[in-house]
Design a protein around this ligand. Structure first.
Ligand code: NAP
Length: 297
């Protein structure tokens, strides 16, 4: 007998609104105790369109939640030493709780050096090797915002993960790798058996067809199609790619890595793009900044 499952949407608007409300309340509680507002300092190098959008929404969310924010804009030609000096000044500034440098950076600047210069206690993006090491060891740590946002989403919709087979497509330091660590961790929404796939994976479809949970984080629009997914799977789409679209005012549409039309009818839960994981990412960043402020006071 065929198994029909009712698909449910993991709505990032709902889940992120709940996270933001919680964070805003905690900021008010801090204020009532006489503690200062969490302070996020962001550095933007150059004028890349997508980066401008991401930084603007981070600053706007800071305002909404009662955080203090500082945005330092640097010219694309800024040299590495100057950028590192700015980071050092923010490290030394006792008023700043969290520092983020919007990636990607111009080619002449080493991202690794920039990430390692941010003090681990202010590393709210969770990219510093100290943060990654602590995460791997199951110690309290800043968790990279996108995978953290996905964990918060699983928690919000109370999606069971224990004992499930999760397939993560992508092994980047900012999404795929930390996602695989979190899903295999002993956290409440972990305890999965995890398979990590990448561009050299053979027979990827054989693996995705076995998955109870699929996280698609490869940056290939519409890559995961209905024939690659088993009935009832939970499908999380991390992909954000700007695809030219003359019908849109901006001239492009945002596409995820999942072909929603063919995958949604087979899934039990699925995230939309836009309106899914992307919204959670900012909420998770705010959680990390609040945690940084709490630890500092
Ligand atoms: P990335 O650094 O380019 O990594 C992509 C990963 O996908 C790599 O591990 C790559 O394998 C793998 N891959 C590429 N083509 C593949 C294929 N055909 N089959 C299997 N694996 C393949 O990208 P990222 O930074 O992780 O980002 C991934 C996507 O998520 C992008 O669309 C990005 O815009 C989006 N994103 C969204 C958010 C959000 O807030 N929603 C945040 C961050 C990123 P190799 O390692 O072998 O090269």
């Amino acid at each position: 007998m065929p198994y029909f499952c009712a698909m449910q949407l993991m709505d990032g608007k709902l889940a992120s609104a709940a996270i933001k409300q919680k964070v805003a309340q905690l900021v008010q509680t801090r204020a009532a105790k006489g503690l200062k507002a969490p302070h996020l300092a962001a550095i933007l190098v150059g004028t890349d369109g997508a980066s401008e959008t991401y930084v603007a929404s981070k600053v706007k969310t800071c305002e909404e939640l009662g955080f203090q924010s500082t945005l330092l804009r640097l010219d694309a030609s800024t040299d590495e030493a100057t950028l590192l000096q700015h980071i050092q000044q923010l490290n030394d500034n006792p008023d700043v709780d969290g520092i983020l440098v919007q990636l990607p950076l111009p080619k002449h600047i080493s991202e690794a050096k920039v990430i390692e210069t941010i003090h681990p206690s202010k590393d709210v993006d969770g990219f510093h090797p100290v943060s990654v090491g602590r995460l791997v060891q199951g110690l309290e740590s800043f968790i990279p915002a996108t995978p953290y946002g996905i964990m918060l989403m699983l928690e919000h919709f109370q999606i069971p993960t224990t004992g499930k087979h999760a397939v993560v497509i992508g092994r980047s330091n900012i999404v795929g790798r930390p996602m695989s660590i979190l899903l295999s961790s002993q956290l409440p929404y972990g305890n999965c058996t995890v398979t990590v796939c990448h561009s050299k994976t053979a027979n990827l479809k054989e693996l995705t067809l076995q998955a109870d949970i699929i996280v698609a984080a490869l940056g290939r629009p519409g890559f995961l199609t209905g024939d690659m997914v088993k009935e009832g799977a939970v499908v999380i789409d991390v992909g954000i790619t700007r695809v030219p679209d003359a019908s849109k005012k901006k001239g492009f549409a945002i596409k995820g890595d999942v072909d929603f039309e063919s995958v949604a009818p087979k899934s039990s839960w699925i995230t939309p793009v836009p309106g899914g994981v992307g919204l959670m990412t900012i909420g998770a960043l705010m959680m990390n900044t609040l945690a940084a402020a709490e630890r500092r006071s």
